[in-house]
Write a protein that binds this ligand. Structure first.
Ligand code: NAD
Length: 254
C-alpha cells in the first residue's frame, strides 16, 4: 500500500447480499470501508456490524451509481471522511428479467444503466484518486449469465459488457499501478435469487435444489464465496493479475 494510513475500499450495492459480505470481508482484511447503496439508511446495519466485529472505520453512503452527480457527491464524501479510495468493487445490480419479446425498452435501459453506466461512472470517479497514489484495485462483478441465460438478454449483455470493460480498464490503467479484474458468480443465495424464484413461481428451496443438481460442487454459492475471490483481487499480492475474469460458480460456469 502507498501510505501507512488505513487503506480505503468502496463497495457498491453493499447494503445486502454479495456486496454486504464483500464489505465485511474487506474490513476484516484491514480496509476502512464505504458501504454504498441507493438508500444510506439501508447500509447502516452493515456499517455497525463492520465497526463492532472488525474495529475498522466504515461509513454508509447513499448514492445511485447510474447517476453522475450522485456518484461525484459520493466519491467526495468518501474521500473527505475516510481518505482516498484504493479499492473499488462495482457490485450494485438489478434484474429486470423477461423473454425478448416481452422485455420493455425501459427494462433493457434500467439494467444497462445500473450495471454498465454505474461501473463506468464509479470507476472513472475513483481512478482519479488511484492514479495519484499511484495504486489501485478495481473489481467488477460480472456473472455466469454473461455466457447467455434465457430471459436475461439485458442482464447477460450488461454482464458480458462488464468483462470487456474490465479488460479495457486493465490495459489503460496498468501503468498507474491499478489492476482491474472481474468476478463472475454463478448461483449465489441472496435476495436477488430469491426474487427470481418467486418470479418463476417456485419456492426458494425448490429453486435452489434445482440449481444444485447442475452445480458440480453440489451446493449453491454463499455471498462469502464471492467476497473471498474479491479479497484476492484486492490484495497487494495480486499485483500481476489484471484483466482477468474469475468464474466463482462451483464449477466451470456453463
Ligand atoms: P441483491 O439484489 O441482494 O443486492 C444488490 C444491491 O445493489 C442492493 O442492495 C441494491 O439496493 C443495490 N443497488 C441496486 N441498484 C443500485 C444503484 N443504482 N445504485 C446503488 N446501489 C444499487 O443482489 P446480489 O445477489 O447480492 O448481487 C450483487 C451483484 O452480484 C450484482 O451485480 C449481481 O448482478 C451479481 N450476481 C449475483 C448473482 C447471484 O446469484 N446472486 C450471480 C451472479 C452475479
Amino acid at each position: 500500500m502507498p501510505t501507512a494510513q488505513t487503506p480505503v475500499a468502496i463497495v457498491t450495492g453493499a447494503a445486502r447480499g454479495i456486496g454486504a459480505a464483500t464489505a465485511m470481508r474487506l474490513a476484516a482484511d484491514g480496509y476502512a470501508v464505504a458501504v454504498l447503496d441507493l438508500d444510506e439508511s439501508d447500509a447502516n446495519d452493515i456499517v455497525n456490524n463492520i465497526i463492532h466485529t472488525t474495529g475498522r472505520a466504515a461509513i454508509a453512503v447513499g448514492a445511485d451509481v447510474s447517476d453522475e452527480s450522485s456518484v461525484e457527491k459520493a466519491i467526495t464524501q468518501i474521500a473527505d471522511s475516510l481518505g482516498s479510495p484504493t479499492v473499488l468493487v462495482n457490485n450494485a445490480g438489478i434484474l429486470r428479467d423477461n423473454l425478448l419479446f416481452k422485455m420493455s425498452a425501459d427494462d433493457w435501459d434500467s439494467v444497462i444503466r445500473v450495471h454498465l453506466r454505474g461501473a463506468f461512472l464509479m470507476s472513472k470517479a475513483a481512478q482519479r484518486f488511484m492514479i495519484g497514489q499511484p495504486y489501485g484495485r478495481i473489481i467488477n462483478v460480472s456473472s455466469t449469465s454473461a455466457l447467455g441465460n434465457r430471459g436475461q438478454a439485458n442482464y447477460s449483455a450488461a454482464k458480458a459488457g462488464i468483462q470487456g470493460f474490465t479488460k479495457t480498464l486493465a490495459i489503460e490503467l496498468g501503468k498507474f499501478g491499478i489492476t482491474v479484474n472481474a468476478v463472475a458468480p454463478g448461483f449465489v443465495e441472496t435476495d436477488m435469487t430469491a426474487a427470481t424464484a418467486e418470479r418463476v413461481g417456485m419456492t426458494f428451496e425448490a429453486f435452489k435444489a434445482a440449481s444444485i443438481a447442475e452445480i458440480p460442487v453440489g451446493r449453491v454459492g454463499q455471498p462469502e464465496d464471492i467476497a473471498a475471490a474479491v479479497s484476492f483481487f484486492a490484495s497487494k499480492d495480486a499485483g500481476y493479475v489484471s484483466g482477468q475474469v474469475l468464474y466463482v460458480a462451483g464449477g466451470p460456469g456453463q
